[in-house]
Design a protein. Structure first.
Length: 194
């Protein structure tokens, strides 16, 4: 009996060691070109992170895509600076409800900044961000509060940072594109919590 209890305890202890324990939530973006892991910051951008995780948990991003690439003006593609944007916008979303905008959390409030690897929400006016997000390649502080983009000066809502897979982010960025659109969408198979 003691051996059985010992084996049970040992199995429980070993299986517990395999589960990563993070202070903040981590997600993995599974694409057809590889996986991207990111840490989210609910203590700094609680409304944005809560909305994003709600979409993740509901399976909203299953079979979505990275569909847009932007290179900084004045830089060549070889300098590898800009953003890749993804989400559900160009996909067939008839089964999904209209998403209410997320209250805007500017970088002045959160203390975050758009440095390389940052996850941030795309938007038009403040409070209109919903499912579309982007990842910064190189520092993109023009998206911080007080900058000239967007023109309202409120910046965009950063909420996380890539911890593994920036090589995949760059690989996605390097796919063929026409203007700001990838010639072929890069499929996001799913996004899950770790």
């Amino acid at each position: 009996m003691k051996q059985l209890l010992y084996l049970f305890f040992l199995q429980f202890a070993v299986s517990g060691c395999n589960d990563p324990e993070y202070k903040n939530p981590h997600i993995v973006i599974e694409t057809n070109l590889g996986d991207i892991e990111a840490e989210l910051y609910p203590d700094k951008a609680p409304k944005t992170v809560a909305a994003f995780l709600m979409y993740v948990d509901s399976g909203f991003y299953k079979n979505s895509s990275f569909y847009r690439v932007i290179f900084n003006e004045g830089f060549s593609t070889a300098s590898n600076t800009g953003v890749i944007q993804g989400g559900t916008w160009p996909s067939d979303n008839k089964e999904h409800p209209i998403i209410k905008g997320i209250p805007h959390e500017p970088t002045k409030q959160t203390g975050l900044t758009h440095t390389t690897g940052t996850l941030s929400m795309a938007r038009s006016a403040p409070g209109t961000a919903s499912t579309e997000f982007f990842i910064c390649i190189g520092d993109q502080t023009q998206f911080d509060f007080g900058s000239q983009y967007p023109a309202d000066g409120q910046g965009l809502a950063a909420f996380g940072k890539v911890t593994k897979g920036m090589d995949i982010v760059r690989k996605i960025q390097e796919q063929r594109s026409s203007g700001e659109n990838f010639d072929e969408k890069i499929i996001i198979k799913t996004i899950n919590r770790l």
